[in-house]
Design a protein around this ligand. Structure first.
Ligand code: FES
Ligand code: FE
Length: 431
């Protein structure tokens, strides 16, 4: 089936992204993917790293902005930088490791050396260059960088608002997630890396989707259900739209799914968690040392029950941070970073680390399998549309507050529609 002809005044993107549906080529066309790398990842704020990953002068991490290799550094004066990892001589990457500490980077090809702030510090045998050779013009390319309470974002966009304005209502939800930690001191640590053979937006579509868990994660839910009807996520199998959970579109493609209301009146998060082999010893030790206060720590050892999605590549899920990295139109890297709480008892942080063995290892493979099967299904050229119309057109189903935040039932696809509104705005070059 062909895409219907353009109505007058419609752009190519209006053809492909309708209010209730998205054309399959948005997931399968490599030319659109290349355009996304410029118009999405090259034009908006992109999450890079957390300040706790580069705490000291000289610390750095290598990351991607779209497919651009980038070095995120804390330079000798303690300032944050995001530098294009591309030598100004003949284009080689100057840093080829995941992270470390260095106050300069020497390109392995011909030895040009750059400071961690990006300036070109020196070139070998400079007398081989003519008098007009100006080192000050040849620093590494730079992104604009801002940090929101430790979350470092970078952008190549010229007309992008300040980060706090960009985050909008998502900022207060990020605050709620950060402020679970006493003093708000969150530390981002080890990575659990996964990849799937599918488009990067399949992960975004799924990130606040309350429609799929009852089916996609049935084995996980059945295991939990044997231990009680209030266990984590079991509520997704019990008419989720009738319960207190909800999803929200926050504007600019940021979205939110909130499971916390399920816990009102049913006790602690800790007691409603699925079993984690070996966790009892940590619980006993916390109870021995902290008495009645142990419950407060134990609630911080498990997930936040929040799914906060910051367009286009940051998904804050439970007590993890998930980063989406597009590799090709049909290939994506997903990285789950564990987070710890500074100055919390070791047992709490060990349990937080070990929650990588819970949903990321036990549930996420269900999602990755569906992403790959979506990509296979979407390869069929005769069927055009991917639907995101659940909840659309039903009276009184949504509520909009004075900030423009729209709230709907847990299985509503308003979150996907919001993501694609922002996607279309950026792809239309309106940023
Ligand atoms: Fe880096 Fe030549 S490409 S020094
Ligand atoms: Fe899922």
């Amino acid at each position: 089936m062909a895409v219907p002809q353009a109505a007058t005044g419609w752009s190519r993107w209006d053809e492909l992204v309708r209010e209730d549906r998205v054309h399959r080529s948005v997931y399968t066309d490599s030319a659109i993917f290349e355009e996304e790398m410029v118009k999405i990842f090259g034009c908006t704020w992109v999450y890079l790293a957390h300040e706790s990953e580069i705490p000291a002068p000289g610390d750095f991490k290598t990351r991607q902005v779209g497919r651009r290799p980038v070095i995120v550094t804390r330079d000798g004066r303690g300032r944050l930088n995001a530098l294009l990892n591309r030598c100004r001589h003949r284009g080689a990457t100057v840093c080829r490791v995941e992270g470390g500490s260095a106050l300069s980077f020497t390109c392995p090809y011909h030895g040009w050396t750059y400071r961690s702030s990006g300036e070109l510090a020196g070139v070998p045998w400079p007398d081989g260059y003519a008098a007009g050779f100006d080192r000050s013009d040849l620093g590494l390319g730079r992104l604009r960088v801002e940090s929101y309470r430790g979350f470092i974002f970078g952008t190549l966009g010229q007309a992008v608002p300040d980060l706090t304005e960009y985050l909008g209502p998502a900022a207060s939800l990020l605050n709620q997630w950060i402020d679970r930690a006493p003093g708000g001191e969150v530390v981002v640590t080890n990575a659990n890396r996964m990849a799937y053979r599918g488009n990067w937006k399949l992960a975004s579509d799924n990130s606040a989707d309350g429609y799929h868990p009852a089916f996609s994660h049935r084995s996980l839910l059945k295991m939990a259900q044997r231990l009680g009807e209030q266990k984590d996520m079991v509520y997704f199998a019990q008419h989720p739209d009738d319960g207190p959970m909800y999803v929200q579109s926050l504007g600019r493609g940021h979205t939110f799914g909130d499971q916390r209301p399920n816990y009102r009146g049913v006790g602690s998060y800790w007691r409603q968690q699925r079993p984690q082999p070996g966790r009892e010893a940590y619980e006993q030790e916390l109870r021995r040392r902290w008495g009645d206060e142990a419950d407060r720590w134990l609630d911080l050892a498990v997930g936040s029950q929040m799914n906060l999605n910051i367009f286009p590549n940051l998904l804050v899920i439970g007590n993890q941070i998930q980063v989406v990295e597009p590799i090709a139109v049909d290939h994506t890297q997903l990285t789950w970073y564990s987070t710890l709480i500074q100055h919390a008892p070791d047992e709490v942080n060990v349990l937080r680390m070990r929650s990588q063995e819970d949903f990321p290892s036990f549930g996420e493979p269900d999602d990755l399998a569906n992403f790959e099967e979506c990509q296979r299904g979407l390869s069929i050229p005769e069927v055009d549309w991917v639907l995101c119309n659940r909840g659309l057109g039903i009276p009184d189903r949504h509520h909009e507050d004075d900030r423009g935040v729209v709230t709907g039932p847990a299985t509503d696809e308003l979150v996907i529609r919001d993501f694609y509104r922002e996607w279309k705005r950026l792809m239309s070059g309106e940023s």
